[in-house]
Design a protein around this ligand. Structure first.
Ligand SMILES: Nc1ncnc2c1ncn2[C@@H]1O[C@H](COP(=O)(O)OP(=O)(O)OP(=O)(O)O)[C@@H](O)[C@H]1O
Length: 288
């Protein structure tokens, strides 16, 4: 195992975020993230779970530089990124991407899928012919037919739109994608297909995911490690098998009781695959 395998890709250390709270006065603030620390290793999925309002999206936004930190720091690949703005922040797009819950809102309805997916690489100076080749590979990777390229977001289902958003996130070949509640608006079978797709993409590309969801069943299906947030505080952070088998905190136990296991046989299959990934470094870029 090399040093690069053991160093975290993302290192969130003691992060605090305050938001204005006008109900308590003009200058009042509320602390919505309080001293949160976690890491994401190269090629790993860390699930961030917690009920609505616990601060999951805020942590994703802090990583993306969209929520200023009141304290703490965030490093990507060993480099401090929490203070970056302007051009320095934009340059991070080659390493750090995001997929949001609502692809309807995040995909420009007036742009073709071709332009949506290729915009970041065309803007970065990639020649058209090369970008077109990349588009064909990406559409194939997210299991959409080639003629998708000439169509518009409004012509697709929610699951298909999320595949387009994933293709767009992948086009710069990032090392980390923040996935903010990306399956929450989808029906159960579409959720499962998108989760399968992400696991497949991770196996093929080694991309790491910071994956937020209020649904522990979803988190359990996709994550290697899980962080449990409650009212802006990190209650637990560890291997998903340990945290879900013997949760240290009563809140995690309550979340677990609320999480239906849709298909136990499938869960077992996934767990076996993840176990193999954890014990056989050749099976996955994930190392422990
Ligand atoms: N721009 C904002 N201004 C003020 N308060 C905010 C802002 N954005 C979020 N909050 C508050 O911060 C807290 C955390 O919100 P956040 O959206 O991060 O939670 P969440 O766990 O992602 O919830 P959900 O699953 O409902 O999206 C909530 O109390 C929310 O009301």
């Amino acid at each position: 195992m090399t040093n690069a395998d053991t160093l975290p890709l993302l290192d969130v250390r003691g992060v605090c975020v305050d938001y204005p709270d006008r109900s308590r006065g003009r200058r009042a603030t509320t602390r919505v993230l309080d001293d949160v620390s976690l890491t994401v290793r190269p090629g790993e999925t860390v699930g961030l779970v917690g009920e609505s309002g616990s601060g999951k999206s805020t942590l994703g936004r802090a990583v993306l530089g969209l929520a200023p930190l009141a304290a703490g720091g965030i490093r990507l690949g060993g480099r401090a990124i929490s203070g970056l703005t302007g051009a320095a922040r934009r340059r991070l797009a080659g390493e750090l991407q995001v997929v949001f819950q609502d692809p309807q809102g995040s995909l420009n309805p007036a742009m073709s899928v071709r332009d949506i997916v290729l915009e970041p690489v065309i803007a970065a100076g990639t020649p058209r012919a090369e970008a077109e080749r990349e588009l064909r590979v990406l559409l194939d990777r997210v299991h959409l037919p080639a003629d998708t390229a000439d169509r518009y977001p409004g012509e697709f289902s929610g699951g298909q739109r999320q595949r387009i958003a994933i293709a767009r996130a992948l086009v710069r070949r990032p090392r980390l994608i923040v996935c903010d509640e990306i399956v929450s608006a989808l029906d159960l079978s579409t959720q499962a297909r998108i989760l399968d797709l992400l696991v497949e993409i991770q196996d093929d590309t080694g991309v790491a995911l910071l994956f937020t969801s209020h649904d522990l069943a979803v988190i359990r299906a996709i994550s290697h490690r899980v962080a449990v947030l409650y009212r802006g505080r990190l209650l637990e952070f560890g291997d998903v098998r340990d945290v879900t088998a013997s949760p240290a905190d009563p809140y995690t136990r309550r979340l677990l009781m609320a999480a239906p296991v849709a298909d136990p046989a499938r869960q077992r299959e996934r767990r076996a695959a993840y176990r193999a990934a954890f014990t056989d470094p050749a099976a996955s870029p994930v190392t422990t």
